[in-house]
Ligand binder design. Structure first.
Ligand code: PLP
Ligand code: ZN
Length: 404
């Protein structure tokens, strides 16, 4: 495990890591989320040696020199190392698509769950828990199935069937509660921390960003150390967008790249809390709003990593945008038709976001762009039911189609 300290994102107070320390109590659990800070000077030399041996397809544990735990799970060697495809889209050549649906549980969240489980094992925990809009939970449940640790999952009762099935099949103890994600989150956080279970809440447990940041490391090495101008990703609680910035920042800090892309966080117009907080300006404050969207994974009204998300996106010179549910549905279908990729709604929003920014001439043909596709469409087939034809034909009718 790489030596590190923890630092409050708001008051900058520093802490020595210890089990059960998740946030700065002076600032509270939203203002006081912690950053994992390494001794970058000491890592720099090691990184330069490693630079020659990075593998564009290897798992995220090739970056162990910047991670807070070691791989121990069967799946660990298959997490990360996801493809970076290139497509010509909207008149832009070589738009990059970071395809994270190829992780074991089919979402970006495996990067974080792997770190959570390995750290929980390091600390000899019996139970890991999380509240989730679906993917973090199914990821934790599936990766944890092989360990002796129990998995307690708290989700809104309305999560899509695909994600619920992943939970049940992996043997997790599932508590599907009639409430919003925000309500379920607060309930489970209070309960889980009181019981002393290991917390896999990405916005509270600072180590989870460490797994997620490896997506940015991979984008750097897959671009031969030159980064794209823009990176677009879906935003709910704000951890994925924050982790991408941290990853680019760390690689710049240790001299492996000299630029950080502008990071564009894409939200759903029905519930775009972080965008609102960002646009209200500094000092960034916690926010709580109502609303809803078809993009269940990013249906978050009380985002927990709002402070990091705003500070980091600002530091990258990026910003937040939002899409209507119609635009999100259109993005899923267009992404499928132009690339063959089937993304769940939150996974398709970067594509819709790019379309919008090109239309608004904020991104132009000379820009290089990477879209991070975070979740597989098969997890939420219901979302696209309006685009699924239910027509069935007899053989005769099918043959007739070719005679017409
Ligand atoms: C597929 C997908 N994309 C994007 C996100 C957004 O991540 P965050 O809540 O960390 O902003 C999530 C979170 O659940 C997700 O499942
Ligand atoms: Zn603090």
């Amino acid at each position: 495990m790489r030596k590190h300290i923890l630092r409050c994102i708001s008051c900058k107070k520093e802490f020595e890591p210890k089990p059960g320390l998740y946030y700065c109590e002076d600032c509270g659990y939203i203002l006081g989320t912690l950053e994992v800070v390494y001794d970058y000077d000491s890592i720099q030399e090691e990184a330069v040696v490693k630079e020659r041996n990075f593998d564009k397809k290897a798992s995220m544990y090739q970056f162990e020199f910047l991670l807070p735990t070691k791989p121990k799970l069967t799946f660990d060697n298959d997490i990360g190392g996801t493809p970076l495809y290139k497509f010509d889209l909207f008149g832009l050549k070589d738009v990059q698509v970071k395809y994270d649906c190829s992780n074991p549980s089919s979402s970006y969240k495996d990067r974080a769950s792997s770190i959570a489980i390995n750290r929980a094992l390091d600390e000899e925990n019996d139970i890991a828990f999380c509240a989730s809009t679906g993917n973090a939970a199914s990821s934790l449940a599936m990766l944890n199935a092989q360990t002796e640790m129990d998995t307690y999952i708290f989700v809104p009762a309305a999560i899509p069937d695909g994600k619920r099935a992943q939970l049940e099949i992996s043997g997790a103890k599932v508590f599907a509660i009639e409430g919003t994600y925000d309500e379920v989150y607060d309930f489970s956080l209070e309960l889980g921390l009181k019981k002393g279970w290991y917390c896999r809440h990405a916005a509270i447990n600072p180590y989870l960003l460490e797994g997620k940041k490896t997506g940015a490391f991979e984008i750097v090495i897959q671009n031969d150390f030159d980064v794209p101008d823009y990176v677009l990703v879906g935003v709910g609680d704000g951890t994925v967008v924050s982790s991408l910035y941290k990853g680019f920042w760390e690689f710049k800090e240790i001299g492996l790249t000299d630029k950080i892309p502008k990071i564009i966080g894409v939200q759903a117009e029905g519930i775009s809390a972080i965008k609102e907080a960002f646009e209200k300006g500094k000092p960034y404050k916690p926010i709580s709003i109502g609303g809803n969207t078809i993009a269940d994974s990013i249906s978050v009204g009380k985002p927990r990593d709002v402070i990091k998300a705003c500070k980091y996106v600002e530091a990258s010179d990026g910003y937040f945008i939002s899409l209507t549910d119609e635009e999100i549905l259109e993005a899923i279908v267009d992404l499928g038709k132009t690339t063959g990729i089937f993304a769940e709604p939150a996974g398709a929003v970067p594509y819709g976001g790019l379309k919008k920014l090109i239309y608004e001439e904020k991104i132009t043909k000379s820009d290089t762009v990477c879209l991070v596709i975070t979740g597989n469409g098969l997890k939420d087939v219901n979302a696209v039911q309006g685009s699924i034809s239910r027509e069935t034909l007899s053989f005769e009718e099918a043959m007739k189609r070719f005679e017409e």
